[in-house]
Each structure stands twice: as structure tokens, then as C-alpha cells.
Write a protein that binds this ligand. Structure first.
Ligand SMILES: [Zn+2]
Ligand SMILES: [Zn+2]
Length: 503
């Protein structure tokens, strides 16, 4: 097996726009729980995105209840060889209703799933039927800060635009390595996948529900990996991956193309591509919605141990990266790993811009704003210093029913604060060697929770069964690899009007 490379990606670097936001003063009122202005803004934006499941399947007769009922079960996805990593991750994304509703707005003329701030906006449900939306329409809508169209067209040098462009970018990849369907707008692909998955449309070129051999609609039949939106995502993922390796010989790229990509690396590339499809200057609202859905903003204060001069920095990352304990004798938990990640620490030998001494710096980090969906990645790769080989940390990591981040918020301290708490809603598990192996997922659907292993879908509990997702490992050899949490609504009456009053 080739050693596992970690390529630089844009996802975990703060962008220019993100670093410019400065933390502001906290509202100092005793009776009203405190919250940072940024958290308040992110919560408000995420609250405007519809959370109902975008399911439109034909109702079928249910012999048990003797009623016609819509099947809302999850679907499997076939896996020929090395696509289980992406499928497991896509399964989790397909079970984030606000994310799905948000993507469904791509190329939509008027808001349907997301409420606009502008009260005059008409809620028009008309959708552009034409996949190749016409340019005139596109231009007419560009003044709308809420719009989101494909990043298509041509560059200044006349070359065709990359609809999912991101940097770094290797330009010298031989055409023979680039898969056929890897230049399609990723927002279009994901929108199409959501429609096929939950509405059964568009599959096999049909407009109706997918049917089995007897002609009975089977809205939960597994999706083939060759199905258009899925194959497009797989092809694009290969191109993004190849583009992340600059200046490599053909055979190195070929190995990369044909080996399995880590699920979290795919997630970073995928969300980067989605983010890049948004014109942030013309449509800043769309970009803020994406941040509200996935980004954690941290406020880092470094204090010079020589002159006590503080340096503040605000950074935004896609979720949290945690490093589980290696010891087999001491089991770990996500809570404990997050606590270690957020703990105060010292950076040795930093040049102070105030006293010009080289001194240690005490660093204190708080969470300025948490997202609607918190992605927690467990760094399972360990390196053996002696042999230089990487191997997998298989020490069990407990997942608790609630991840409470309130104590880490910038607002925490004296007096009441608005809680920042999360519940696990989707988990990607990994079994086998670190640079290969098998990925599966557990998801929370509208009615039930499922364990999804390629094309097999197994019910593991009802939607309110809190324990169903928490067993880790689920069965022999599986380790939790990536956990997606959903933000818990705050106490009744506190989230809505009271928070509005703080704006
Ligand atoms: Zn598009
Ligand atoms: Zn100093």
C-alpha cells in the first residue's frame, strides 16, 4: 500500500473574509443569557433554512396499517470497489435536512426552502426546469444577494471555467487520467442526487418513481454507483484529488487515482467545491448560509508571557478535528478529546510584536460561533516514529448522547449564557487498514435510524431512540471516524424572540 498523503486543502485555512471579522463586545445583561453577536447571526441564518425533509415519494399501501403511506426509509448505494468512502459520507450529508433544502435552492429563482430577510420577497415555488439555465436569466438575478447559480462560463483567456474551482491546482495532469464526468457543477450534482434519493425522480431517465421488475414502485431501492449524479460526484472527486497533487509523475497520480481516498478528505474537497460554486461577492447571503451550516469560528487569544500583550485571532474551520487517546487501557470519549483540544496551552518561543522579545505565548481558545451541523473528525492515523509507518488507532472512543460546548463559548463566564449543545445524528465508521478498508454509516432519517453498509440498509431504532447511534464500534473492527452533530434548539421561548431582542 502506498503511504497515505495528506494534501493541502482550502477547507481548514481561514479565508481573507473570515479573518477580518472581529469579535465584538458581549451584551452585559444579567437576566438575558449572553451570546456572541456572531453566534446570534449564524443561528438566525440557520433558523431560516427549512428543516422539513425534502421527500416526495408516491404513497403505497401498507398491509400492516391498511393505509396508504409514504415510505421515508433511507436507501443503500452500490459499491463496486473503492467508492464506499464517498458513499458513506454522502449518506450522512443526505440525512441533514437543512443542508439538503439549502442545496435544493441552487438555481432556484426564488427562495422556497430558505426564508429571505427581505419581507417583500415573493415565495415562488417555480423552478427552472431547464438544466442549461439561460444566461439572460442568470444575469437578471445576479443582483440578488440570495441567488446561487452555477459557476459556469469562460475565463478571461477564453478557457472554460472550472465550475468547482479551488486551489491549489495542478495544471499538468494528463487528460487520460481525468474522468469523463468530472467537470460538472457539484451543486447541480448534489441537488440532483437529493432529488433522486428522496423523490425517486430522474433515475434511469424516468420522471416517476423507480420501479422494480414487477412494476411496483420501490422508492427505497439502492442507488447504482453508475447513476448520473453519483457517478458525476465520484468522477469529480477523482479530479479534485489529482489536482491537489502538484508536480507528480504519471504513475504516482495513477496510484492515487485508483486508491481509496479518506472520507474526511473527500468531505473537505466536496464542501470546498460547493463553497467555490458560490460567487461570494455577488451573493454573500449564500456564503453566510454555508458558514452557518458547517463552520466553527474560534477566538484565539495569545498572551505574551514576557509583557502580557494579548493577540486576538478569529478563525473559521469546517468542524472540529480531535485526536483520540492511543492507550488501549484507557478508553476515550469525544467529550474528553474535545476538552483536550480546547484546553489552554503554551506555544514556545514566539516573537512578540509588542516587546520584541522571543517569549512563550499562553493561548486560550473559545468558540465564537458554532454551526447548525458540527462535523467532528477523529484523527485515527498514528505514526510510528521508529519505522516511519502510519497505522490506525483502534482505541474505542465513546460517543455521548449530548456534546455540550457551552463551557467553551466566548460568552461563558459569569452569569447565564445561551447553551451550545449538539446531538449526534450521523456517523461514518471505518474498518481495516488506514489507507484502505471499508466505510459504513449510521444515519438519522425522518422516522428511523439506519445502519447503511453499501447497498444494505438496516433499521437500528426509531428516530427518538437516543442510544441507537452511540454504540462504537458498531460491530467487529469498526471505529467511529467522523461524527456529524445537529445543534440542539435552546429552551423554549429563549431561542426565538429573546434572541431577536439581542440583535
Ligand atoms: Zn450548478
Ligand atoms: Zn511581549
Amino acid at each position: 500500500m502506498a503511504p497515505k498523503h495528506r494534501y493541502p486543502t482550502k477547507g481548514n485555512r481561514p479565508t481573507q473574509a473570515q479573518t477580518q471579522i472581529q469579535p465584538q463586545a458581549q451584551p452585559q445583561t444579567r437576566s438575558i443569557p449572553r451570546i456572541t453577536p456572531l453566534q446570534l447571526r449564524r443561528t438566525k441564518i440557520a433558523n431560516k433554512i427549512r428543516k422539513t425533509w425534502p421527500i416526495a415519494r408516491t404513497k403505497t399501501y401498507d398491509a400492516k396499517t391498511r393505509r396508504r403511506k409514504m415510505n421515508k426509509d433511507s436507501r443503500g448505494m452500490t459499491n463496486s470497489d473503492i467508492v464506499c468512502n464517498r458513499n458513506a459520507l454522502l449518506q450522512v450529508l443526505l440525512h441533514l435536512p437543512k443542508f439538503c433544502n439549502w442545496v435544493l435552492e441552487h438555481k432556484l429563482k426564488n427562495a422556497k426552502h430558505v426564508k429571505k430577510d427581505n419581507k417583500d420577497a415573493v415565495e415562488d415555488e417555480t423552478e427552472e426546469g431547464n438544466e442549461n439555465h439561460d444566461k439572460v436569466e442568470n444575469e437578471r438575478e445576479t443582483h440578488d444577494s440570495h441567488a446561487w447559480f452555477c459557476n459556469t462560463g469562460f475565463n478571461e483567456d477564453g478557457s472554460k471555467k472550472d465550475p468547482n474551482y479551488w486551489t491549489p491546482k495542478a495544471e499538468d495532469i494528463p487528460d487520460s487520467l481525468i474522468p469523463d464526468h468530472s467537470w460538472i457543477c457539484v451543486a447541480c450534482l448534489m441537488k440532483n442526487l437529493i432529488e433522486v434519493y428522496w423523490c425517486g425522480i430522474g433515475e434511469n431517465g424516468s420522471d416517476g418513481e423507480d420501479e422494480d421488475e414487477e412494476g411496483t414502485p420501490s422508492p427505497t431501492r439502492p442507488l447504482s454507483q453508475n447513476l448520473y449524479p453519483l457517478s458525476g460526484i465520484h468522477d469529480s472527486a477523482i479530479r479534485w484529488r489529482l489536482q491537489g497533487i502538484p508536480n507528480q509523475p504519471y504513475n504516482v497520480r495513477l496510484v492515487e487515482k485508483e486508491s481509496q481516498q479518506a472520507a474526511d478528505e473527500f468531505l473537505t474537497h466536496f464542501l470546498d467545491a460547493l463553497e467555490c460554486s458560490i460567487d461570494q461577492t455577488a451573493h454573500p447571503d449564500r456564503y453566510e448560509q454555508m458558514q452557518s451550516l458547517f463552520y466553527v469560528s474560534k477566538n484565539e487569544t495569545g498572551t505574551c508571557t514576557n509583557c502580557a500583550h494579548p493577540v486576538n485571532k478569529l478563525t473559521s474551520h469546517m468542524g472540529l478535528d480531535i485526536v483520540p487517546l492511543l492507550s488501549k487501557r484507557q478508553s476515550d470519549s469525544i467529550d474528553a478529546a474535545v476538552a483536550r483540544d480546547m484546553a489552554d496551552h503554551k506555544i514556545e518561543g514566539v516573537n512578540c510584536e509588542n516587546c520584541y522579545h522571543t517569549a512563550d505565548r499562553d493561548v486560550h481558545t473559545t468558540i465564537e460561533a458554532g454551526p447548525e451541523y458540527l462535523v467532528v473528525r477523529l484523527q485515527l492515523t498514528q505514526y510510528n516514529q521508529r519505522t516511519g509507518q502510519s497505522y490506525k488507532n483502534t482505541n474505542p472512543v465513546r460517543i455521548d448522547p449530548v456534546l455540550d460546548l457551552t463551557q467553551y463559548t466566548t460568552s461563558a463566564g459569569n452569569g447565564p449564557v445561551v447553551p451550545l449543545r449538539y446531538r449526534p445524528i450521523g456517523i461514518v465508521f471505518h474498518a481495516g487498514a488506514i489507507d484502505g478498508g471499508h466505510y459504513v454509516s449510521k444515519v438519522t432519517g425522518p422516522e428511523k435510524k439506519f445502519f447503511i453498509n453499501d447497498d444494505s440498509v438496516m433499521e437500528i431504532g426509531r428516530v427518538n431512540d437516543k442510544g441507537a447511534l452511540l454504540e462504537n464500534p458498531y460491530q467487529g473492527g469498526f471505529n467511529a471516524y467522523l461524527v456529524v452533530y445537529g445543534k440542539m434548539a435552546n429552551e423554549r421561548g429563549r431561542s426565538g424572540r429573546e434572541l431577536e431582542g439581542l440583535m
